[in-house]
Design a protein around this ligand. Sequence first.
Ligand SMILES: Nc1ncnc2c1ncn2[C@@H]1O[C@H](COP(=O)(O)OP(=O)(O)O)[C@@H](O)[C@H]1O
Ligand SMILES: [Mg+2]
Length: 305
Amino acid sequence: MSLFYEGFDPDIQSILLSQIRNLWTHSSTAIEGNSLTLGDTAFVLEEGLTVSGKPLRDHQEVYGHAKGVELVYRFLDSDTLNEKDIFALHRVVLTEAVMDIFQTVGRWKNEPNFTNYIGSDGRQHWRQFPVPENIPCLMRQWLNRFNAAYIQPQDMESAAKIYADLHLDFVTIHPFFDGNGRMARLLANLPVLRSGFPPIVIPTEARNEYKISISSYQETIDFLEGVKDIENFPINPERNYFRVLCAHYWKPTIDLLDEAKRMQHLKESGRISEDKGNDQGGQDGLSKGTLPENNIGRKGARKNG
Ligand SMILES: Nc1ncnc2c1ncn2[C@@H]1O[C@H](COP(=O)(O)OP(=O)(O)O)[C@@H](O)[C@H]1O
Ligand SMILES: [Mg+2]
């Protein structure tokens, strides 16, 4: 298994991991209404300082998500994901939650939950997610699908499809009282990362398109609250549309990775011309998309991630 951030010099790897973490954290929390900008998020995470006038809760959310990203990288050491891992991640991500018996952090929800959506008739409707009694079974099925996809490396096209399906199924099951979106956007990336790609990050600007596509898919499921079997989630044009969106949303992190490769190339070129004291820089056979062989262990990466 080779990960997207391996093969770089430590300084370049550290910047790449910070950029990915900042973008992932900012986008995923901003989609849920967090008021910190990408610049604020980078500032808070890199300097450990607060942004004056912005809510404490928004800072906590950003910290929780960034810690969640670190835990996700650690999950890559194991070949399988289990329920306990998901609960551990939920506790890390939901640092802002005030504990009470109805806010079940680190456990499945214990009361029904709903959302408001605009139907194809242009009116507002209630949507009830699967009832708490059905969650343990649905999530066992979700984990089975996850682990089946997780064992083997995927090519780009299938990695994007697996991401989209795991993501859409997770948010449609809606197993937690809160944090379902952030959890889905972290967990569904594990097979993507394990296949050597950078994470897919839903852009903040795509928030509406993203939510409407999830809602349109759920409209195709009769009696969602009573669903007991994940097989009842159809493969249909609405699901295909969500898959297309996810593949499309991949570009910003792929661009960040390409930039880091370019910096690595520049560094290698500079190093060679300095060593040899001549103009051989750039002749080292490194082309865009090709990483040098000096793999760095993931421990170093984690510290910075
Ligand atoms: N019908 C829907 N409309 C919009 N978003 C939905 C819908 N169903 C599920 N979702 C997902 O639920 C997320 C919000 O749920 P929530 O539990 O509050 O997560 P978080 O706390 O991470 O925001 C959205 O980001 C989206 O991924
Ligand atoms: Mg929420």
